[in-house]
Design a protein around this ligand. Sequence first.
Ligand code: ZN
Length: 373
Amino acid sequence: MVTEMNSLERVEASLADEKVDRLSTFPLACGVCRRLLGDGTTLYRDWATDPHVFSSSFIESRKRYGADFVGGMMDLSVIASDLGADVRMNDQNTPFVDGHNIRTLEDYERLEIPEIGSGRAGVLIEGTRQYAEALGREAFCSTFIEGPLLALSQTAGAEQLFMDMFTDPRPIHKALRLITEYESGIVEEFSRIDGLSAIFWNYLWGNYSCLSDSEYAEFEADVYAKELNDLTRRNGLAVAVHNCADLPHLDTQIRGFKASVYSHAYYPQVHRSLTASEMIDKGYCDDCLVAGQIDPQIFMRGTVEETLGTVRDLCQNVKTSLCKRGLNSRYTISTGCEIPPGLGCRMDNIQAMVDAVRLYGNMYRWTYRSPIE
Ligand SMILES: [Zn+2]
């Protein structure tokens, strides 16, 4: 019999595929949690630029919903901003790059990195410190950062970068080397944070729709990602990967990277996109805690009942497949990507998702307790 666990115990047991009271859960509720603060009118620009506002939203979210993971994803323009790209800050939506600062091959070599701890990465580090120190003893606290190739594509523009990669890869490698150096310093800062358990690397370009194995190996996997993953582990943090692309390089990013956690999405209309059960059946959960794969759009368009039903079905499929594979707990009920942070997001569905995992994710009937306690 497995007695009720706290969130940290549950995730740690799941990482080791030990028996758990119920499946763990990780709704990727990030920017949307600004709406939990005060009278609900906190602006996105304040959330993304003030470490206290950023951290308070995750602390409030944990109090409100009680999800097992805490994951502080800010947005995908943090590093690009620090490298000099123009980032537009919005009142109610995700900041995004609206001015690339690489136009010629020479521009890659002109990039400069700021002091570690300044710039937007500094806000991310300090905000992460605050919520991890507050929550790290009860929940599995993680942070998110763009992988080097994503950071560079945000700085140069993806189209430009992919053309330049084939024209002359040398300046691109110089820029990727510089970004890796910057991110190594950021990893060192994260490793000093009490209560932080993992770094999620946004390695989104490991996607067969864009890059082959050899291209991805050359421009991220075998060099820059390898170094950053090794450094993450050497510093006592778990290597986690978020890749919500349609055709992720699963063998490289799960098996090659030896990821401890892998967050993925499912695209029903894409042939070869894998369901949770297929991920388990094909062995991707044998050594890695895989997290997925609820469509974030349900938080915009679905009712509470539809959310409960979707999560219930996923829990049932996952439990059946884990059992078939001889696994105990190595799948986390999560969203395929960030829950839409705009004002149209139905916050009740976040509660419904966590409640449904409490209700339907229990592995042993006799330990079931009502979510309404
Ligand atoms: Zn994503």
